[in-house]
Design a protein around this ligand. Structure first.
Ligand SMILES: O=C(O)c1ccccc1NC[C@H](O)[C@H](O)[C@H](O)COP(=O)(O)O
Length: 254
């Protein structure tokens, strides 16, 4: 069984260079320093980090690039960087700042060929497509621009298309569950898992140990969380022991 990765997510206010957290992508409040949190998670045994500039403004973003450089040089684990990546130039700056993988969300929907270009230039393994989704009846709609703009894309079909374009990994966030600690949207994970045969990072809603186990059983290769790590509700070392005791293959030799 492929090892499941535990992945804390640092949502960054790119203008202030601080970690923020909200609920359903709203009501963002400061929760800590990026480097301090990154180093704590690395020490606790996180397998990777995701660092997202969720207030990405269009002009050049020196503050966020500085956060990326500081975080990437402070931890020994891979970092995926996203938020406001609009072009190959944006991606190049992030890779040069230390990103191991770059995630694209809005720009991939608007310019799908960007996914193919990134995969050609940096490899599919470094190309992550992030999909933010809201449940609509029995299906899921893709939202872009930080959850503010609905599209007419079905999230499952868009996931399959993103993989066809060259995405090597999918980061799938439930906007409905974000920050609620009510659990991942397992139907969303199962639906995307069945349609896209690349590693899938589940995101949004993790609230206790059992939620990670459920998501792993639903097919997630990566278990992303923000709130409950930032608020010290779950300890990563204990989470991995919990998952290993239930037969989930996790990296514990750190
Ligand atoms: O991804 C975005 O664009 C965005 C924009 C504004 C506010 C939040 C955003 N994303 C939320 C992050 O992906 C968040 O880390 C995940 O939803 C996981 O959050 P938790 O539910 O707290 O574990």
């Amino acid at each position: 069984m492929v090892a499941v990765r535990v992945i804390p997510c640092l949502d960054i206010d790119g203008r202030r260079g601080v970690v923020v957290k909200g609920v359903n992508f709203q009501g963002l409040r400061e929760v800590g320093d990026p480097v301090e949190l990154a180093m704590r998670y690395d020490e606790e045994g996180a397998d990777e980090l995701v660092v997202l500039d969720i207030t990405a403004s269009v002009e050049d973003r020196p503050t966020f690039l500085k956060v990326v450089r500081e975080v990437a040089t402070s931890v020994s684990i891979p970092v995926t960087i996203g938020g406001g990546v609009r072009s190959m130039e944006d991606a190049d700056k992030l890779f040069k700042a230390g990103a191991d993988k770059v995630s694209v969300n809005t720009a991939a929907v608007r310019k799908p060929e960007l996914v193919a270009e990134l995969a050609r230039q940096y490899g599919s393994q470094s190309t992550v497509v992030a999909i933010d989704a809201k449940r609509v009846g029995e299906s899921y709609k893709v939202y872009i621009r930080g959850g503010n703009t609905p599209t007419d894309l079905d999230a499952v079909r868009w996931a399959a298309k993103a993989v066809e374009l060259g995405a090597g990994e999918l980061l799938v966030t439930s906007i409905d569950r974000d920050g609620t600690r009510s659990g991942y949207d397992l139907d969303l994970i199962k639906a995307v898992y069945s349609a896209a045969k690349v590693p899938l990072i589940a995101s949004g809603g993790a609230g206790d140990y059992s939620h990670f186990y459920e998501a792993a059983l639903a097919g997630a290769d990566g278990l992303l969380a923000a709130s409950l790590f930032h608020f010290r509700i779950v300890d990563i070392r204990r989470l991995k022991e919990y998952l290993a005791s239930r037969g989930v293959d996790v990296r514990v030799d750190y």
